[in-house]
Write a protein that binds this ligand. Structure first.
Ligand SMILES: [Fe+2]
Ligand SMILES: [Fe+2]
Length: 315
């Protein structure tokens, strides 16, 4: 990512060998207006799922009525589509003309290479430049706390958007998808639930383990990623896009999780719980393989070449 002329330039390779290049006005993508809209959009999506934070005291039914009552959920649904259109417009407008064409075989090979490269980097990959910067900075502990606070937007509610695909009836794909979901939820062992592991990390850092504690501190860019995940889980017409994103989530952050865990351990001299990072370094190797060999493979076979570009179409 490059910042130049008040514009953000992004580029990423496509499975068909081409490269997508985006140029986005910083103010449009990350300005005050976007911050307000994306925060509100996430609030709308959150009507889809139950949050019972530990600090809740008093009458439980009253709390549920206040947070999820008919008026609240109706307002959220009314606003949602308009907010989605506004929030995703800057990127969407530039993706309209991109050629995402790809065959099912090409896509499978592309994902396979990504997974192979991730495994190779686990053995002898370069260290992440952001983490190197933090490790070499005299203010490293504070910087790392900021970074880990940003990640709490996702890690403290891990699997929650994915749970929106728990319902319905979609056969083999549903069974394979929910196999991973069960792992994220701890398979009936609350101590193993991935969000619980991150709660322990947050508490050791002297931070709150409540999901919405830092909602006024999240970067707009961070909220945009979160909103995108919610969108493709909430809107079932985006199921294929979700499968592509799901592969990426499970298979392409294994090295990052390992290096993040190593960095946290080093910077806090082993005093901060790192189980969250260790578990992901290990379990996401299995999840990445599982998603590719079962979900993606099955979906590509079932839906064929015509649908293949959609897994990677992003919006
Ligand atoms: Fe996880
Ligand atoms: Fe996972």
């Amino acid at each position: 990512m490059k910042l130049l002329d008040n514009a953000i330039r992004l580029s990423y390779p496509l499975p068909n060998g081409k490269t997508v290049k985006l140029k986005l006005a910083t103010e449009e993508l990350l300005g005050v207006r976007m911050n307000k809209n994306v925060k509100r959009l996430i609030g709308c999506y959150e009507q889809d799922m139950l949050f019972l934070n530990k600090e809740i005291e008093g009458n439980i039914q009253q709390h549920l009525d206040e947070r999820y009552g008919r008026d609240k959920s109706k307002k959220a649904l009314d606003e949602l589509r308009t907010l989605e259109a506004v929030v995703f417009a800057p990127v969407n407008a530039q993706l309209d003309k991109v050629d995402f064409s790809v065959s099912a075989d090409q896509l499978k090979a592309f994902f396979g290479t990504q997974l192979d490269e991730e495994f190779a980097r686990l053995k002898n990959g370069d260290f992440d430049p952001t983490l190197s910067y933090i490790l070499n900075n005299p203010d490293g502990q504070a910087l790392m706390r900021s970074l880990l606070t940003q990640f709490s937007i996702e890690f403290l509610i891990e699997g929650a958007p994915m749970g929106l695909y728990a319902t319905g009836a979609f056969g083999t794909l549903q069974s394979h998808l929910l196999r991973v979901y069960q792992d994220e939820m701890g398979n009936g062992v609350p101590e193993d639930k991935h969000s619980h592991l991150y709660e322990k990390t947050m508490l050791d850092l002297g931070l709150s383990d409540t999901p919405d504690a830092y909602q006024d501190h999240f970067l707009t860019s961070n909220m945009l990623v979160s909103a995108y995940t919610y969108q493709i889980c909430h809107d079932k017409s985006k199921f294929l896009r979700y499968l592509g994103a799901f592969f990426r989530n499970e298979a392409c952050f294994i090295v990052w999780q390992k290096q993040l865990g190593d960095s946290v351990r080093e910077i806090y001299s082993g005093k901060v719980d790192c189980h969250y990072f260790d578990v992901h370094t290990s379990v996401d190797q299995a999840h990445g393989r599982w998603v590719l060999d079962n979900l993606i493979d099955h979906a590509l076979e079932r839906f064929g070449d015509d649908a293949a570009p959609i897994y990677y179409a992003v919006l």
